[in-house]
Every structure is written in C-alpha cells, then in structure tokens.
Design a protein around this ligand. Structure first.
Ligand code: DX5
Ligand code: ZN
Length: 220
C-alpha cells in the first residue's frame, strides 16, 4: 500500500487555504512540510512553512511529515514541537558526526515524535544503515533538495532497492519515503523498488482533479 504525502511547497499563497482543504478532501495521507533555511539549501521557507502549518492545524487532523532542509536541526525541531508532528526528518548531511546524528534522533524521540533521516542524491545509502534500528523512516531524495518541480534523477531509484533489501535481510521495520519529481509515470517504478510513501508536490498540486490523482497514486 502506497501512502501519499503532499508537499505544499508549490502551493499558490493566495489559494493556500482552499488548496489545503482540497488536498485533505482528496484523501492524502500526510501534509509534507519542506522547511528550508537559506543555508543548507538556497531557498528560505522558514516563515512560510510555519504560517502554512498553523493554517493546516486549524482545519485538519492529518499527520504532519516535516522535512528539515536546514543546518541548525535542533532549533528547527523546536519550532515545530507545538504542532505535534507525526514525524520529523533531518538530513544526514547537516550533521557534524555520528554522535550528533544519534543526539538528534534521541531528541526527536524524547518529544514523542517519529524520526526520519533524509539523504541527498549524491549520498550513499550505506551511510544510513547503522542508524536504521533507531529510526522510523528513511527519506531518499530523488532530486537535489531546494526546489519543487524538478525532474526525478533515475540513478536514485537503485538506492531504494538497496535499502529495501537491507531492511528485509536484517528484519527491520521502516518506511521508505521518496521525494522529488514524482508523478503517475514514475511512481510505479519507485514502488517496485520498495518505497511505500511518495512525496508528491507539483504533479499533484497542478493536476486537474486531486481526488483522481491521489486515487491513481494509491492504486499503484
Ligand atoms: C525538494 C522538496 C520536495 C519537493 C516536492 O527540496 O523536498 O518535497 O519540492 O515537490 P515536487 O513533487 O514538485 O518535486
Ligand atoms: Zn521534501
């Protein structure tokens, strides 16, 4: 069963409330919140995402899937604690060393929130293996983090199958989320490779009929 996490990065601001209503009505599984600090990636969405999450919380009980593309991971976690997110995902590349990774994992868990680790396209999947027993999800970026509306990098799909094999061999239980450039034409290949949560931004938000698009993605 594939779940859909709707990235709201490319939502038109003037239309945002209506779009959030419509996404929920279309039966997405999560709202995916792309937090960017202007340092880890060029774009800065810090204020916009807080505003959007506040609005979403007023109208929806759907779980929040927070994707932190930031250098200062801890202070950005703190900014979202009051919103009671389902999962917070941080980038492995933002951490100083493995001690720092473990500290962040523990900090998120202490706040009763699930933990995800994200990796950029050039980071080897093997680098997350040692953390898998302690986390709930791996987010494999299928584009360079920073912008919505990019084309999926096909070489990233092999990382999904490597991770899936490792998880099965080691009897672990984790979600595999993929993020960037996902649409109805490539979702099937990503599912076959082993991912079970698809982040979908522009291909959903720009589609004519959200309900149909979500239904088609879930059917895959
Ligand atoms: C990219 C973000 C994504 C992305 C999704 O840095 O993490 O969540 O923008 O949007 P689309 O589906 O348009 O690539
Ligand atoms: Zn994202």
């Amino acid at each position: 069963m594939v779940e859909v996490s709707a990235s709201i990065l490319s939502v038109e601001k003037q239309e945002s409330l209506k779009t959030f209503y419509n996404l929920e009505a279309a039966k997405i599984n999560y709202f995916h919140i792309d937090v960017m600090d202007g340092k880890f990636v060029k774009n800065n969405t810090l204020d916009l995402m807080i505003e959007y999450v506040r609005n979403i919380k007023n109208i929806s009980n759907l779980p929040l899937d927070i994707h932190l593309m930031v250098e200062d991971v801890k202070s950005n976690i703190n900014d979202y604690l009051d919103f009671n997110p389902n999962i917070i995902t941080f980038h492995l590349e933002a951490c100083k060393d493995s001690k720092n990774v473990s500290e962040i994992i523990d900090y998120i868990k202490q706040n009763n929130i699930k933990v995800g680790i994200a990796i950029k396209p050039e980071t080897k999947i093997e680098e997350v293996f040692k953390y898998l027993p302690f986390i709930h999800m791996v987010l494999i970026m299928t584009v360079e983090p920073g912008y919505g509306g990019q084309k999926l990098i096909p070489e990233t799909i092999e990382k999904v199958s490597k991770l899936k094999n490792y998880i099965e061999k080691n009897n672990l239980e984790l979600d595999i989320e993929v993020d960037g450039g996902i649409n109805l034409n490539n979702a099937d290949e990503l599912k076959k490779a082993g991912s079970n949560i698809m982040v979908v931004g522009s291909s959903l938000v720009n589609s004519e009929n959200y309900t149909e698009t979500v239904k088609e993605l879930c059917k895959i």
